[in-house]
Design a protein around this ligand. Structure first.
Ligand SMILES: [Zn+2]
Length: 393
């Protein structure tokens, strides 16, 4: 059988079937950017490959997926971080021009090109650790033109990775209006942002938008054929997980304060959980997400960096896995599935996240002896090669 390229003498973690789908002495063959075969060499057809790579026993996983980021923004909040370390209160920080609105101001002031230039190094840092798919949210523009600019900037970063875009107009209420009026305008934006977005997200929280306002946005999003997802129950249990499930959300994210009713609703609706240990760490939270309940009800669990300037300035998917293991006590298997198969679930994608025939051929090839090293180390990158759509990238 003919194929474009073939990687042999590899140990595969296909993430297909149950568990990690391990194949010792494995082989991956690609044709036109898609996987023709991934599995044990002994069961493979005979391939005639244009290009062959001997992996010398290295591990191959699917290209990693960061399924929740806000990595397109301008400026940063390092000074605010420094002020907080010196004991400044939130009011003092707000008075000094800090907080989310400082990112909104900087993002509005930046041109599309500046936004892309400032965001690209964050994307590159993730890609350098084997990430081949990133979700990127808008939500620092908060006007139609600035939200469109953010979504365009996200798409402009799609030249070396799959970019999945999410319209998060309902991130926070802009200072020039009130929440009820603003929700109406977010609903109005939907028909215009629709071609630029795969999904719609809302920050449903006491300090952001109510469940009723969230539901209005979800109904409008679904009228436009967009998937929905939710920032749910991060700071308090507002019934966000159950609300997301009721609307058939692909994911509910954060979930620190979600109870069993919410978890059960997610399980019934097939809504994935996205845990964000970077924000938990950076905010020095102590309330753990309901890991045992998620396990008990077999909710697929993804983990992501939540890369954003205010609460999780994290651009390392490997460190994110270590944090999920250390802070949340996720197992190595849960961490690895959380940045591959389950992260794809959280994006509503079936063509990535596992090494299976027909899927897009995105691979991460690792210089490690054991998969647990990917979760165990801190600040060390054992990536050997990254393959995107069947090509070295
Ligand atoms: Zn977030």
């Amino acid at each position: 059988m003919r194929c474009d390229a073939l990687w042999s003498n590899a140990r595969l973690a296909t993430m297909a079937g149950s568990g990690l789908g391990i194949a010792e002495d494995g082989l991956v063959a690609v044709q036109d950017g898609c996987i023709l075969y991934a599995g044990p060499a002994g069961k493979a057809p005979i391939f005639e490959a244009e290009e062959r790579t001997d992996c010398e026993g290295r591990w191959i996983t699917p290209g990693l997926i960061d399924c929740h980021t806000h990595l397109v923004y301008a400026g940063n909040r390092a000074q605010e971080f420094e002020l907080r370390l010196k004991g400044a209160s939130y009011e003092e920080i707000a008075r000094a021009g800090g907080g989310i609105l400082s990112t909104v101001r900087a993002t509005r002031a930046a041109s599309l090109e500046e936004l892309v230039e400032q965001s690209r190094p964050r994307r590159d840092a993730l890609m350098a650790e084997g990430v081949t798919t990133l979700e990127i949210k808008s939500g620092y523009g908060l006007t139609l033109d600035d939200e469109i600019k953010m979504l365009r900037a996200a798409h402009a970063l799609g030249d070396r990775a799959n970019i999945v875009t999410t319209f998060l107009g309902a991130h926070t209420c802009p200072p020039e209006t009130n929440a009820e009026v603003y929700i109406d305008s977010v609903c109005d934006m939907m028909s215009i942002v629709e071609p630029l977005a795969d999904a719609v997200d809302v920050f449903c929280e006491r300090i952001a938008f109510t469940p009723e306002q969230t539901a209005r946005i979800f109904v409008e999003a679904q009228r436009h054929g967009l998937k929905v997802k939710l920032h749910a129950d991060q700071l308090s249990n507002g019934g966000g997980a159950a609300l997301a499930a009721r609307h058939g959300a692909v994911s509910a994210d954060h979930l620190e304060h979600t109870d069993e009713t919410g978890v059960r609703a997610m399980a019934d609706a097939g809504t994935a959980a996205v845990l964000l240990p970077g924000a938990f760490y950076f905010l020095r939270e102590t309330k753990l997400p309901p890991i045992d309940l998620l396990r008990k009800h077999k909710v697929p669990v993804a983990i992501a960096t939540d890369c954003n300037p205010g609460t999780s300035p994290l651009t390392s998917i490997l460190l994110c896995m270590n944090m999920a293991a250390t802070c949340f006590r996720l197992t190595v298997e849960e961490c690895l599935l959380g940045v591959t198969r389950n992260a794809a679930r959280a994006l509503g994608r079936e063509d990535i996240g596992t090494l299976e025939a027909g899927n897009q051929c995105d691979l991460a090839i690792w210089d490690i002896e054991d998969l647990s090293e990917l979760v165990y180390r801190m600040g060390f990158n054992p990536l050997c090669r990254r393959v995107w759509k069947g090509k070295d990238a």
